[in-house]
Design a binder for this molecule. Structure first.
Ligand code: SDX
Length: 435
């Protein structure tokens, strides 16, 4: 519940001895905010914050991050507890509806998701229009956007029933579409979802099953994948979630908004980092090459960055990386890959980096992407699918934040301003007088 900071205000002197008083608002936990909505009207000046490092774009009740303490809460519950005691659809229910489900609520939600996993048969034809070597993220962007062409009744986003159906459809169909993208790239037949499987088990079945024989889901892999889904479910107003909110703020279709979120996530500075980490570890190749890469990461003239390190918010260990780090040991051991060289390189790279002044001064710690790719690779999931799996898991966060935005009476179309540094108005120059 937002309060107005007990009547506290911030006084701003914006030149000409003009003092403006701005309300301070407090949340339930975390930093207060200064309400600057009237700033331009009262002072004729904007704030300037490229990258939104100090800007709260909305109010939200879904996820809270304390970057200094390395804390991540979904509706108040620690990510470590959720990863330990829940499965992914249980966490989806929590993120969407605000409370952990009872047995009956969970069963109803799981049934609803399970019975929306199939896609329109025409989607299979659409995918066939791609080259076989299309990146799965390109396919995902296109196919999720295309869902808005198949579900016209969802386009009235002010109807809560339409929003609920779109929510189920997106969470349910993302694994199906992601696996279609993989099967198409592998030249293998598409696999239909099987309602008898769990959410993660169904994805493994659609990824690795073939029509000519039954596919037995490995419970170790399914559990590891389910935990990876949980750890990627939502994360406050990150770049892709902010993209979904901005697109959604115009009243666009939820499928179009989520498609934009997938596009934003693809970048190597964001969700594309898990793919980049595994490629980087492959490039490092051996523990003795680590110092060379650490040196490059610190060199301002070298665009190389230590992928999987650093974070806009976490200035401490990303709690998700902590869970994944221990999960990597467990899963690789169970898969008989305890001696995986990439895991050894990752651990030594982390140890050396965390002892290095450059990383310490800048509070650069491993983030969620640093260990996730090692686990996915050990599960024989192709590197090109890593970010697609991140998108699959983050869909619940995107759609929950989209619903919250639509239902927020204070939200309006997102339309930032700028500091203009181009030419002031000038006379037109006819062609024969140019040059
Ligand atoms: C995700 O926002 C979220 O919540 C995202 C996410 C989610 O769940 O949605 O958590 C998922 O995107 C995790 C981040 C994955 N990206 C990477 O691992 C790519 C590598 N990391 C960086 O590109 C970077 O750390 C960012 C993009 C993650 C954060 O960048 P910021 O906050 O804009 O910080 P910055 O670029 O201003 O860096 C501050 C300093 C700079 O040095 P100085 O100019 O102060 O000398 O730290 C340096 C940077 O050069 N730095 C790094 C570094 N990350 C930052 N130097 C080497 N290697 C790195 N990885």
């Amino acid at each position: 519940m937002t309060n107005t900071g007990n009547g506290r205000t911030a006084k701003l002197e914006a030149g000409h001895n003009q003092v403006t008083e701005l309300q301070i608002m407090s949340g339930s936990v975390g930093p207060d905010v200064i309400d600057i909505r009237k700033l331009y009207a009262q002072t004729g000046t904007f704030t300037y914050d490229p990258g939104f490092t100090s800007t709260a774009a909305c109010q939200s009740k879904i996820t809270y991050i304390d970057g200094d303490e390395g804390v991540l809460l979904h509706r108040g519950y620690r990510i470590e507890d959720l990863a330990e005691h829940c499965d992914f659809l249980e966490v989806c229910y929590l993120i969407l509806y605000g409370e952990l489900p009872t047995e009956a609520e969970k069963a109803k939600f799981v049934h609803g998701v399970t019975y929306h996993t199939m896609v329109h048969e025409q989607i299979l034809n659409l995918i066939r229009g791609f080259r076989r070597d299309a990146h799965p993220m390109a396919v995902l962007i296109a196919m999720v956007g295309a869902l808005s062409a198949f579900y016209h009744e969802d386009l009235d986003i002010n109807d809560p029933h339409n929003r609920m159906i779109a929510t189920y459809r997106l969470i349910a169909k993302m694994p199906t579409i992601a696996s279609l993208a993989y099967k198409y790239s592998a030249g293998q037949p598409f696999m239909y979802p099987q309602n008898r499987h769990t959410y993660a088990g169904n994805f493994l079945h659609m990824m690795f099953g073939v029509p000519c024989e039954p596919y037995e889901v490995d419970p170790v892999l399914a559990k590891a994948l389910d935990r990876i889904f949980i750890l990627h479910a939502d994360h406050e107003q990150n770049a892709s979630t902010s993209t979904v909110r901005l697109v959604g703020s115009t009243g666009a279709s939820p499928y179009a908004a989520i498609s934009a979120g997938i596009a934003s996530l693809w970048g190597p500075a964001h969700g594309g980092a898990n793919e980049a980490v595994v490629q980087m570890l492959g490039e490092v190749g051996s523990v003795d090459k680590i110092p060379e890469f650490i040196k490059r990461a610190k060199d301002k003239d070298d665009p190389f960055r230590l992928m999987g390190f650093g974070h806009r918010v976490y200035k401490n260990y990303d709690p998700r990386a902590g869970v994944l780090k221990s999960s990597a040991d467990e899963v690789l051991e169970l898969l008989g890959q305890g001696d995986n060289p990439k895991l050894a390189i990752a651990r030594e790279l982390e140890r050396i980096a965390l002892e290095d002044d450059y990383f310490q001064e800048r509070k650069l710690f491993p983030n969620v992407d640093f260990y996730s790719g090692i686990i996915l690779e050990a599960m024989h999931i192709p590197t090109s699918m890593f970010t697609a799996i991140f998108a699959l898991a983050r869909t619940v966060g995107w759609i929950a934040q989209w619903n919250e935005m639509v239902e927020d009476p204070e939200q309006k179309i997102g339309r930032p301003r700028q500091l203009y540094t181009g030419p002031a108005q000038r006379a037109f120059v006819p062609m024969d007088q140019r040059g």
